[in-house]
Design a protein around this ligand. Structure first.
Ligand SMILES: C[S@@+](CC[C@H](N)C(=O)[O-])C[C@H]1O[C@@H](n2cnc3c(N)ncnc32)[C@H](O)[C@@H]1O
Length: 572
């Protein structure tokens, strides 16, 4: 398996990986990875006509100088000046609902010769995003999704017939039209495709590049996409429930625990190991291949069968921060309640309460197994907490001369408090929770080795302990309507000394409507808990109503944010 470009942490690392990729591959090795199963005359035709020309990547340097430094750091010299991108600029503008004129996307193609000296390049699209600019949400979104990462093949001697033939061959092997355009700045035509879900080189987009103006072929290409798109897209969307259940079933049947990421397992062996039906299991696994949770090794060579991908491995029981509990929750109680979404939309009241006859916290609290599953499903997203021990409010408390105290209000099973106390052995903690959850938190914090520095308070939001130095309120406010949030924040403000910091972890609805997981969770909150996600400005208003000042906010993993607040200075 080749490194997944989309998993690399920063722009420079991705640039370096793209250059290494370009050096190491050629058309004959790449095409079968992008289009699994292609061989014989189709492979020969494509390999003869399509020369692997570049790997494309989209970067967001703060300025032109930083971009040069990034290129230098990767040993890449851009010896020709950059020119404007039309296609990627317009795709970004459409995706983020911006005016294309706002997006100055430039193209650079630093040369990277292939292993035998072939003429190749890394294609760098650079959108300058100065610190604190309004373009930052675009950069954050694109850095995680990496829609623009692609591999390009330059067509030798392009003409309309050749282009049509190549497009048909790609379509036969599962590639789907995914936009394109004509760039008058360099008199070149690009046709983009997405590759099948089981392609295995870390890139999911392929570009055919033809020198010259081929807008006839481009119109056909875009026409196929337009014809196919709305109906096919709708089918994909309508079958979303099958996706949830396929992943939940995979997790419930503990199939990931019986599989490996390196060695493929034959369906019959896996069925025997897991007590499942070979034909049923095979059907499920093939669907999961399409979702990217499982990969299929066709053999010969490696053993024929299925193995886990990195994504599927997150559903293993023994995986650190396993997401299995979330799969069980979203495929279980929350799956049933989503069937009642109409009720929530019609009345504004949670479908969960309508279906189960009580609020979800009360429902879970009465059933120890469900309560435990809920706590573990919250902890499954604990990777969003990882930067919090380094938050300036926490590090300042840890440096204070007298031992400082971190109060986690409705701290769940203690995952976040555990991460903070483990990182700072001088800090003490107090966790406030409902009685049934306190016991789970005590067990977790004891096993994390910080139990001796922790106190617990079983109670309600009205019981927020006073005298702490840092207060945490993680994923609590989104459970409640504005009135209840004001009440909770007032309890916090009353308990906080003047110097104390309040850190709130939530997903923020983007003010400009750009795509975010927060929008999906807003619907989840409506349907299941009667709460909502909010914009930063909305939180600022709620905080102000409780006598607190929002000082700023910073992004966390999984599309979350930490908001920092302090008590507002007394009015003169
Ligand atoms: C969504 S969970 C968040 C848990 C934890 N802070 C986290 O981020 O993982 C919300 C928590 O609020 C707690 N809670 C609900 N009602 C409460 C109340 N009235 N007083 C105190 N805690 C409450 C629940 O028990 C639950 O653990």
């Amino acid at each position: 398996m080749l490194p997944d470009e989309t998993m690399l942490p920063d722009d420079t690392a991705r640039l370096r990986a793209a250059a290494a990729f370009v050096r190491e591959h050629d058309s004959t090795t790449l095409l079968p990875l992008l289009l699994p199963g292609i061989d014989g005359p189709d492979l020969r035709t494509l390999a003869e006509r399509c020369r692997f020309a570049h790997a494309g990547t989209l970067l967001f340097p703060p300025d032109a100088q930083s971009l040069r430094a990034q290129l230098d750091a990767c040993g890449l010299a851009a010896d020709t000046p950059s020119h404007p991108s039309v296609v990627v600029r317009d795709r970004l503008a459409r995706r983020h609902r911006r005016d294309p004129a706002e997006l100055d996307v430039r193209i650079l193609r630093p040369q990277v010769p292939g292993a035998a000296g072939e003429r190749r390049a890394v294609e760098v699209f650079a959108l300058t995003v100065p610190p604190h600019s309004a373009l930052e949400p675009i950069a954050a979104y694109e850095r995680t999704r990496r829609h623009e990462a692609h591999l390009a093949f330059e067509i030798e001697r392009p003409d309309p017939l050749v282009l049509r033939g190549l497009c048909a061959t790609l379509a036969r092997h599962g590639a789907r039209p995914d936009g394109g355009g004509y760039n008058p700045h360099e008199n070149g035509t690009v046709l983009y495709f997405t590759t099948p879900a089981d392609s295995s080189c870390g890139y999911r987009r392929l570009e055919l590049y033809a020198h010259g103006d081929h807008r006839g072929a481009l119109a056909d290409h875009l026409g196929h996409q337009a014809e196919r798109q709305p109906a096919e897209t709708l089918l994909h969307l309508l079958t979303g429930a099958w996706t949830t259940q396929a992943l939940a079933s995979f997790a419930r049947l503990r199939l990931p625990d019986a599989m490996d990421t390196r060695t493929a397992c034959r369906t019959e062996d896996l069925a025997r190991l897991t007590g499942t039906h070979p034909r049923g299991l095979d059907t499920l696994l093939r669907y999961l291949v399409m979702l990217g949770a499982v990969a299929h090794d066709a053999g010969p060579g490696p053993q024929e069968g299925f193995r886990l991908t990195a994504l599927g491995a997150l559903l293993r029981t023994d995986e650190p921060a396993s997401m299995r509990p979330l799969a069980l929750m979203y495929g279980g109680p929350f799956y049933r309640s989503f069937g009642g979404l109409d009720h929530a939309v019609r009345t504004g009241l949670p479908a969960f309460d309508h279906l189960f006859g009580e609020n979800h916290f009360d429902h879970f609290a009465r059933d120890p197994e469900l309560a435990d599953l809920f706590d573990r499903s919250m902890a499954a997203s604990a990777r969003m907490f990882r930067p919090l021990p380094a938050h300036p409010a926490v590090t300042a408390a840890a440096r204070a001369s007298a031992p400082a105290t971190v109060v986690d209000v409705a701290g769940g099973n203690g995952e976040l408090l555990g991460q903070v106390l483990t990182a700072h052995p001088g800090l003490r903690g107090i966790l406030l929770e409902r009685p049934h959850a306190v016991e789970a938190a005590r067990r977790l914090l004891d096993s994390a080795g910080c139990g001796a520095r922790c106190a617990y308070r079983a109670g309600d939001f009205a019981d927020v302990p006073s005298g702490g130095d840092v207060y945490l309120l993680s994923r609590v406010l989104h459970d409640w309507d504005d009135d209840r949030c004001r009440e909770i924040l007032r309890h916090c403000a009353r308990a906080m000394p003047a110097h104390a910091d309040l850190l709130i972890v939530e997903r923020l609805l983007p003010a400009d409507g750009s795509p975010s997981l927060a929008t999906a969770w807003d619907l989840h909150m409506l349907c299941n808990v009667g709460g909502r996600e909010r914009t930063a400005a909305h939180y600022a208003r709620l905080l102000a109503d409780a006598g607190l000042d929002l000082r700023g906010h910073a992004p966390l993993p999984l599309d979350a944010h930490v908001l920092h607040a302090r008590k507002a200075p007394p009015r003169p």
